[in-house]
Design a protein around this ligand. Structure first.
Ligand SMILES: NC(=O)C1=CN([C@@H]2O[C@H](COP(=O)(O)OP(=O)(O)OC[C@H]3O[C@@H](n4cnc5c(N)ncnc54)[C@H](OP(=O)(O)O)[C@@H]3O)[C@@H](O)[C@H]2O)C=CC1
Ligand SMILES: O=C(O)[C@@H]1CCC=N1
Length: 275
């Protein structure tokens, strides 16, 4: 990034910390990052990293070029109403990472005419392996679009959607997706242990296999389905595991889980939004 805009994180929980960690380890100057949250002692580690920390959201936002909204969706309305007066004066770029809450609700709560990028990130941002689905409202300038993309690409992949509704699907795939893989890892570790491996060995084998499979799929010019078939020798061992997954309807389980995830994102917009 040629210049480092001043960033203010409103909310400094799991997602904000993953993005901050990714940015700082990518060389983003800590003194250009501010963070606010109500429990000041939870911010000690961020302060130790060199960030300016405060309990006062308006103070964090003051003179920030980009304000990253990283509180729970339930807190959005109250927090944005508090920021509206400053937003009208300073006109920063807002980046919201909240699931469900629409850009029109955010704009309304901020008093209107605000440049808003909605981002659906994920926690692997912490290790610069994040995935960000981005949407910009009509007030976002081309320069601000580039700015948002530069900031978030320091944490991983960035892809834009032109239809905001698609962020529900992005949430179901990549926003919540790390949890599905963690669950699968938990299950593989437990099953490996049941077959006699130590917990440590089952964990190492599982995690390296997940890393290897993901890296291979990314680097390969063939689909995951082809790679799967290459592991599955005819009448071999893998075939039995795949047949067992299919008999237990893995594809249906995944589809239903992702539909439930997207439906919750739609419901959050209705329950908590003002559209
Ligand atoms: N976790 C994830 O994997 C992902 C999360 N998101 C989105 O990120 C957002 C945050 O989620 P997550 O980080 O998991 O949640 P957390 O509960 O971990 O973090 C919420 C943060 O908000 C702070 N907070 C609470 N009230 C206020 C307030 N009034 N003003 C300022 N800060 C406040 C909390 O501080 P304190 O601890 O002091 O109460 C905490 O730092 C959500 O909108 C979620 O949809 C999006 C993609 C992935
Ligand atoms: O579970 C949640 O609501 C958030 C949004 C996507 C991932 N975590």
């Amino acid at each position: 990034m040629s210049q480092h805009p001043t960033l203010a994180f409103i909310g400094a929980g799991n997602m904000a910390r993953a993005i901050i960690g990714g940015l700082v380890s990518n060389g983003y100057p800590a003194e250009k990052i501010r963070a606010s949250a109500p429990t000041i002692n939870k911010l000690d580690d961020l302060k130790a990293l060199g960030l300016f920390t405060t309990q006062d959201n308006v103070e964090a936002m003051h003179s920030a070029d980009v304000v990253i909204l990283a509180v729970k969706p339930q807190m959005f309305k109250a927090v944005l109403l508090q920021l509206a007066a400053t937003a009208a004066q300073t006109k920063p770029l807002f980046i919201s990472v909240a699931a469900g809450i629409t850009s029109s609700s955010i704009n309304q709560w901020l008093g209107g005419n605000q440049a808003i990028v909605r981002c659906m990130p994920n926690t692997p941002a912490l290790v610069k392996m994040g995935t960000n689905g981005l949407y910009a409202n009509n007030s976002v300038t081309p320069e601000q679009r580039t700015q948002a993309e530069e900031i978030l690409s320091a944490t991983g992949l960035t892809l834009w959607v032109e239809d905001e509704e698609l962020l529900h699907a992005v949430t179901a795939v990549s926003g919540s997706g790390p949890a599905y893989y963690f669950l699968f890892m938990e299950a593989m570790i437990a099953a490996g242990e049941k077959q006699g491996l130590s917990r440590d060995m089952a964990t190492q084998l599982t995690l390296q296999t997940a890393r290897g499979a993901a890296e291979m799929a990314i680097q390969s010019d063939v689909t995951p389905a082809v790679l799967r078939r290459r592991v599955s020798s005819p009448n071999g061992t893998t075939e039995q595991a795949i047949l067992s997954f299919q008999a237990n309807k893995l594809e249906t389980l995944v589809e239903e889980a992702m539909q439930a995830c997207a439906a919750r994102s739609v419901a959050i917009a209705k329950e908590l939004g003002d559209d």
